[in-house]
Structure formats: C-alpha cells, structure tokens
Design a protein around this ligand. Structure first.
Ligand code: TXA
Ligand code: MG
Length: 322
C-alpha cells in the first residue's frame, strides 16, 4: 500500500514504467493500471483480474493534449472533452496515426476509449509515468468495483504490485462512455456524467446504444465491437498439421507437419508462456493476415489462465468470417 503523496506517486510511476500493475485512484472507482503502450504489461491486467476475454480497456491520459495523440476527435468529441474533462466521461474515438496504445489494450479494435480522470493523485501519476495508462476497474472479473483502497487490498492482494491510496472515490460509479465514431455520438454506458448534462452541451438528444446491463459488450454499432479485428484469412484452431497455402500460428515448442511449407510462421510464445502469448496475439494475427495467406492454422493453446481469453479471441476470429 503506497500513500498518495509525492513519494508514493514516484514509486508507483517507477513500477508502472517497469511493466507492473498498480491499483490507482480515480474520481469514479479504483482502476487496475498498467502502461497502455506495453502489451506485456497490459496482459498482466487480464491475468490479475482473471478476465475470461480481452475486453478493450480505457486508456487514461493526463490531459486533452495527451489524449489527442492517441485518438482522433471530431467536433462532437472535442466539445464533450472541453466540457467534461477532466472528469467521469470516456470518449470512444478512431485511433490516431500517432497512437502508442498497444493492440492488446484495444482488443484489436481500430477505435480507442480515452479518459482524462479528475483526481489529483491520478493526474500526478499520469504526468510522472508520461504514458497513457490502461485501467479497468480494480476488481476481479464479475465482482463489484472498488471505491476505496481497502476494497482493492481485500480483492486483489497478492495479485498486483502495489495499491496507491487516494482515499474514497468521489463519484463512486464508472465513467459514462460515449462513442464519437461516425458523426453521431452514441451513449454506450451510463455513468458519472448524466445524459442530460451531455445533451445540454451537445444541444440535441443522444443516440442510444447501451444494452440493459449498462456494459457495451453487446454489438453496439456497425463497425464497433462486432468488428473486433477479424482476419480476412480463414482461421483453423487446434491444428496438428499445416495445409498448403496456410500460415502457421504456433504456441510453445511445437513443429506441426507441413510447417516447412507454411506461407509464414509466428510463435505466440516459444517458451509456452501464456502472458507473452497474450501480448503477441493481436500483432501476430495481423502480421499473418497481411501475408495474404488463404488460412491461418493455429496450434493448440492450453485453456487455463490467460489461455482461456486467448482461445476465446481465436474462436471468435475463426467464427467471425463472412
Ligand atoms: O470509471 C471508469 O471508467 C473506470 C475507471 C478505472 O476509469 N474504468 C472502467 O473500465 O470502468 P472497464 O474496463 O471496467 O470498462 C471499460 C468499458 C468496457 O465496457 C469496454 O467494453 C468499453 O469500456 N470500451 C473500451 N474500449 C472500447 C471501444 N473501443 N469501443 C467500445 N467500447 C469500448
Ligand atoms: Mg468494470
């Protein structure tokens, strides 16, 4: 447990820059933060939370200038950011060409969720780290979001490097999420900023996309979560051989029959490390797809720990097609 003073913030920043996961206060709930630019660090978040799938994460920035390096803001997004940042509003916008946030933090999406939190400890930490921080709520998957450092200690002890104590959170509920992707702002998740407040700034009614659960996990809009990077190539799982015309996506020290003829080969982790495999997953799929191979044959990945989320993603890639 680190105090939310200069020394604690400096220590937390050092841990984050070294790739560790640290729980940090924001005005909404405590987040489980990692360097968003480092896929291996981001894999640690999924591991600590025990998330069974790679949901896209919110990238937190110190200010609008930092956020606009990561995402492209249209006029609506710009107006909302001006009115509500820093604060409990997350904006989903197209990824910028200058973005540094890793594929894994975005779950392979061409869009990015950005937020500038309104908490002095979070702001000081973001400035000290000088990189965007990916942070879902700091609770194990399926549990209630933490609003005090003690909640995080109770739920996550032994799973993360440190907890930065910033006291009880002011808002106590997650940020509102608005997507600004196609010229029509859409409300994806209700939260700390009310619909009325958003509409007062925009001057018109917001399109609705929030499913009953309040979490934008269902297909929310054309070109959004449904289009989680789907490879063009046919994806074949649990392959024991590589067929002609296929590229090979390997896990661990395997050499399936036909590997010498493969169009291209990538290994998620030659040493069989699931965290390394998670960090490499989206980049490897994209690289193999870009070779133009007709198919991608994937050798078995064990379904424990992060392997469950890796296989969930691969199954959807195998099913997504056409
Ligand atoms: O208040 C909050 O938002 C807290 C604090 C820590 O900032 N964070 C939080 O994160 O609630 P999380 O991971 O529990 O929720 C993030 C939500 C997820 O439902 C995810 O699907 C959505 O944001 N999301 C992230 N990127 C997205 C994208 N590109 N498109 C659509 N939804 C996205
Ligand atoms: Mg959550």
């Amino acid at each position: 447990m680190l105090a939310g003073d200069d020394a604690g913030i400096a220590r937390a920043a050092g841990l984050l820059r070294a790739g560790a996961c640290v729980a940090v206060p924001t005005e909404t709930v405590y987040g489980l933060a990692a360097d968003a630019t480092d896929a291996h660090a981001v894999a640690g978040i999924y591991e600590a939370k025990g998330r069974p799938r790679f949901n896209p994460l919110i990238a937190h920035c110190a200010d609008f200038v930092g956020a606009s390096r990561e995402g492209v803001f249209d006029a609506h997004a710009r107006r909302l950011a001006e009115a509500f940042w820093p604060g409990p509003l997350t904006l989903v916008v197209p990824l910028a060409g200058t973005a540094r946030v890793s594929d894994l933090a975005r779950a392979g999406l061409p869009s990015i969720a950005l937020r500038v939190p309104d908490h002095p400890v979070a702001t000081a930490l973001l400035r000290a780290v000088d990189r965007p921080l990916a942070a879902p709520s700091a609770n194990p998957s399926g549990r209630i979001s933490p609003t005090e450092a003690a909640h995080v200690a109770h739920d996550m002890a032994g799973r993360i490097a440190a907890i930065l104590d910033g006291g009880a959170t002011r808002v106590g509920l997650e940020s509102t999420i608005v997507a600004c992707l196609d010229g029509v702002p859409r409300l994806l998740r209700p939260g700390g900023v009310s619909r009325e407040a958003l509409e007062a700034v925009l001057g018109y009614a917001l399109a609705e996309d929030a499913p009953a659960s309040g979490e934008p996990t269902a297909p929310v809009a054309p070109g959004m979560l449904t289009s989680h990077y789907a490879p063009r190539a046919r994806v074949r799982l649990n392959a024991e051989t590589i067929e002609p015309g296929e590229a090979a996506l390997l896990f661990a020290n395997v050499s399936p029959r036909g590997i010498d003829e493969a169009v291209a080969v990538r290994n998620l982790s030659a040493s069989g490390d699931l965290r390394e495999a998670a960090a490499n997953l989206f980049g490897a799929m994209r690289a193999l797809d870009e070779t133009g191979a007709a198919g991608i044959a994937v050798t078995p990945v064990p379904e424990h720990g992060l392997g469950a989320a890796i296989m969930d993603r691969l199954r959807r890639a195998a099913a997504d097609r056409g």
